[in-house]
Design a protein around this ligand. Sequence first.
Ligand code: BGC
Length: 237
Amino acid sequence: METISADAKILAIDIGGSHVKAILLDYNGKPVSEYKRLETPKPSTPANMMEQIKALAKDLAGYEVISAGFPGYIKNGVVKTAPNLGTQEWKDYDLQKELAAQLGKPARVVNDADLQGIGMVSGQGLEMMITLGTGFGTALLLDGKLLPHLELSHHPVKTDRIYDEYIGEKAYESKGKEGWNNRLKKVLTILKTVFNYDRLYISGGNAKNINFQLDDNITIVSNKEGIRGGANLWKQG
Ligand code: BGC
């Protein structure tokens, strides 16, 4: 297993349904460059996404390794699903291998919520991360270690509706702030009962639209903070 030196810089990339973001981090996850972002091409293919990533990386020189979070199911660095990117071309695309080949440094790729999760958690107990963006992202960590990724976003929350449809961006647009918040309250009640997490972190563009009081063990964090997970990903062994 590759390790990184204590003075290594990491290029951390967060591929989202609406934007692709990148930053340089030091070994401890501290940002050492500006946070850069470009729009996610629509529809997005491996080829046009790679162009955006290369455009971001061009101005962020000096990294030893690369970490990326991807909005879909990833197995050993290979994309299996990309529900919000609008094309079938992603299936079985070896994103980890391609990033390493095209940017010339070793790469690690995980699900986007997993990357945010390892960037945010305290490392104590069972912690859950959810992201409220284009889709509904989830990650579970035990004592700071990522647990196997579950595509909870695709679990039905009602007979005819998965979490992504119930609480994702499209639902925000069609239901409006009040309706979406009512749905989120129901979702949080389910997660609390099912997972019994010690702490829940919420990030993503719609986190700022939450208009009700959250439990004491729920923390709202920003995507910018979560991208720090890019450093921890190289320390996960
Ligand atoms: C995908 C997840 C992803 C989430 C947030 C969902 O549609 O199924 O894999 O983490 O969106 O991007």
